[in-house]
Every structure is written in C-alpha cells, then in structure tokens.
Design a protein around this ligand. Sequence first.
Ligand SMILES: [Fe+2]
Ligand SMILES: [Fe+2]
Length: 150
Amino acid sequence: MKFGNLKDVLAFAIRREEEAARTYRKLTTMAKEESAKKLLSDLEADEKNHKKILQGLTKARIEAAAFKTVKDLMISDYLVEEPLAPDMNFQDLLIFAAKKEKKAVDLYLDLAKKSTIKEHRTLFEFLAKQEKVHKLRLELEYEKHVLWED
Ligand SMILES: [Fe+2]
Ligand SMILES: [Fe+2]
C-alpha cells in the first residue's frame, strides 16, 4: 500500500481508528468482568475520539505539500493480519489488541517524523502516546488475568 499525500494517509489512519473502535466494541461484549468491560469500552471511546481528531485535520484541508514526500509509508508494516478467531480466549484477545496498539504507535510515530508542520507533528505524537497508553492498559489487564488463572 503506497500513499502519495497526507490526505490518503489520514484516510488510512481514520479507517484504522474506526476498525480499532469496532474491535473494542466486540471485545467489550466478550469480556465477562465489569472492570474489563469498562476498560475496553473506554478504549473504544478513545478510538472514536482519535477519528474525530483526524477528521478535523482533514477538514482543515492540509496541503499535500505540507508532508514530506513519501513514496512508501510502509503502511503494511502497521497492519495486523491475523483475524480475530472465535475460539480465542480472553487473554489472547488482549494480546491481539495490544499488538494492534503497538502498530498504531509505530504508525503515528512515523507520521510525526514525516510531518513538516510542527502542529501536525505534535498531534501525531499525541496520538502515538495515547496508543502507547492503550497498549499498557491492555497489558496490565492481561497480567491481571494471568495472575488470576495461576
Ligand atoms: Fe487510536
Ligand atoms: Fe488505541
């Protein structure tokens, strides 16, 4: 997958955020404990908010020129290929989601690096930090479950 301009990249990032929100909604229904449900629906809300932030950027009609020319963003590096398997246990689902968050962190850090406008860099860095927090929260939840099972 190759992108020539920021608009395409943003469209991709928006789709990723939509997908992340959908995944968390699904995981929320699969979680059994209230605390896990709460965590996952918080994450869903965050991803929806990220989408809005990115849409705000699109509306601002960013010039393609404001983005260092990118021939290949290596976007496939940020995709998580494995589908959610129906027989995955809750811990596996948490790991799956954490891996997706790692990819999201990498995507936003890369976008930050490739942005020429300071404001955009700040925004992408902010999003990267949020995804990093998501990853951590999922990993903490994972630890909690593993500890409970032992
Ligand atoms: Fe996000
Ligand atoms: Fe996230």
